[in-house]
Design a protein around this ligand. Structure first.
Ligand SMILES: Cc1cc2nc3c(=O)[nH]c(=O)nc-3n(C[C@H](O)[C@H](O)[C@H](O)COP(=O)(O)OP(=O)(O)OC[C@H]3O[C@@H](n4cnc5c(N)ncnc54)[C@H](O)[C@@H]3O)c2cc1C
Length: 429
């Protein structure tokens, strides 16, 4: 059997104490059963348990075994693929503004939760930098920064000299900085959320995959192996997964496989040169470049593969070589950790709430920006399941639907990445 991906990350061996799970027993009844112990489910559990609900969290594997434990730890409070103007155009001014206001405060919420619950997760709220690789993209970023500023967010532009002083990127004509963004150790953040939820009264069951959910009378019955649980309400927080009860939520998204690496720690001189203020950085190319340092000054970076076969070692080599080139490192950094994870992309790149039945909701759609977004999505789910009027929620409630030709759609990013690499090559990047 293959090792779960979260155990292969740099985060697993550097994580703190695992939260205390309870073995699944017979006769479990809850006000709210939460399926999935990633950031979304754990945040919802924390809110609901603090309000006095009897909350049971059912996790198929372990806390952080999904995207929450394998991500890169960039805390970014915006949409990767939807500008504020596009969100307003799609949802209308009132609903769009409500959603944008929610997204905009996501990073502040993450760092406040970390402070309030004393979560030790190497959190650094030092500003997320988005580097423009071309003058055309600098214009795009300037418009984006102005739109977020108009919403009251601390987003500014850096000129080329300022951006070069804060990043080591070879291709840089200026940058956007969101001062509320930052980075953290994602698995420790998940562990901390779980510990806080348990301290507030929630019960966590690991190795408890939910196979089926059925409405029996006025309650929901959840089957996990040979055990049956009863709950008045259910939250499905299973992200990109599609096994067992997760299927209807996962199939409403397109899976995107992302490879991540952690290099051997850099020396102090290179750290000072490429990241003097330790900002997490992304650039604007379609074949996106990202990098950040972890607490040991390892470089964390990632990428997507065109072909799945043999991708892991190939991607490790490619990402490390790209870091050397783009950051003008003296040599290609050694890769100590390589892993992959699956992000869930929605067709409109926006988050959604889904209603599967009376008192049975799910939330999805972090589109690769899940740390900041789940801090809000978890709260919205908690409010929705507690009876908030759907018209007052910042995320719209819809009936779930499958993505047409999902596997074909899943292959699209591979073609897009091939095209992006070709474009970069032709542009001499
Ligand atoms: C490689 C990678 C890098 C990323 N980098 C970043 C980043 O730097 N910054 C950022 O903001 N976002 C990033 N993201 C996105 C972010 O990690 C996710 O959006 C976020 O973690 C989603 O959290 P979640 O709780 O909704 O889902 P998950 O963390 O995936 O949790 C879902 C949980 O449900 C469980 N589950 C599934 N089926 C069942 C079942 N039937 N019964 C019980 N449990 C079940 C799973 O085991 C899992 O633990 C990245 C994603 C990936 C894959």
């Amino acid at each position: 059997m293959s090792i779960a991906q979260h155990r292969r990350t740099v985060w697993f061996p550097t994580a703190g104490q695992r939260p205390a799970a309870t073995p699944l027993g017979p006769d479990i009844a809850a006000d709210v059963a939460i399926i999935g112990a990633g950031f979304t489910g754990l945040t919802a559990a924390l809110h609901l348990a603090r309000r006095g609900a009897k909350v049971v969290i059912l996790e198929a594997d372990a806390v952080g075994a999904g995207a929450s434990g394998v991500n890169a730890g960039f805390v970014v409070p915006n949409f990767a693929k939807a500008d504020p103007d596009a969100v307003i155009a799609r949802l209308g001014r009132e609903r769009g503004t409500r959603l944008l206001n929610m997204i905009g405060i996501g990073a502040d919420r993450v760092f406040a939760t970390i402070r309030d619950n004393a979560i030790a997760c190497d959190a650094e709220q030092n500003g997320w930098i988005h580097v423009a690789h071309s003058p055309a993209m600098l214009d795009v970023l300037a418009r984006r920064a102005a739109a977020w500023r108009a919403l009251g967010r601390p987003v500014a532009m850096l000129d080329e000299a300022q951006a070069r002083a804060r990043t080591g990127l070879r291709h840089c004509v200026g940058a956007l900085i969101d001062e509320s963004g930052g980075m953290l150790h994602p698995l420790n953040y998940a562990y901390g959320l779980a510990a806080a939820a348990i301290a507030a009264g929630a019960t966590l069951h690991e190795n408890a995959p939910v196979d089926r959910i059925a409405r029996v009378g006025s309650v929901w019955q959840l089957a996990s192996g040979g055990t049956t649980l009863r709950a008045d309400k259910v939250l499905l927080c299973t992200n990109a997964f599609t096994h067992g009860a997760a299927r209807p939520l996962g199939r409403s998204t397109v899976p995107l496989v992302v490879y991540q690496i952690a290099t051997r720690p850099l020396d102090a001189a290179n750290v000072r040169r490429i990241s003097p203020q330790r900002n997490p950085v992304a650039d604007t190319r379609a074949n996106l470049l990202t990098y950040r340092l972890d607490r040991d000054n390892r470089l964390i970076s990632g990428g997507m593969s065109m072909l799945p076969i043999g991708a892991e070692s190939r991607m490790a080599g490619m990402i490390a070589a790209r870091l050397r080139h783009e950051l003008s490192l003296p040599e290609t950094p050694m890769v100590d950790f390589v892993w992959r994870g699956t992000a869930a992309m929605t067709m409109d790149f926006l988050p959604h709430l889904h209603e599967f039945g009376p008192g049975f909701l799910g939330g999805i759609g972090c589109n690769g920006r899940g740390i900041a977004l789940t801090a809000m999505l978890g709260e919205v789910l908690a409010n929705a399941i507690s009876g908030a009027d759907p018209r007052d929620l910042p995320i719209g409630m819809t009936k779930p639907g499958g993505v047409p030709m999902r596997m074909l759609a899943a292959a699209a990013p591979s073609f897009a990445i091939a095209q992006a690499r070709w474009q970069d090559h032709r542009a001499g990047l």
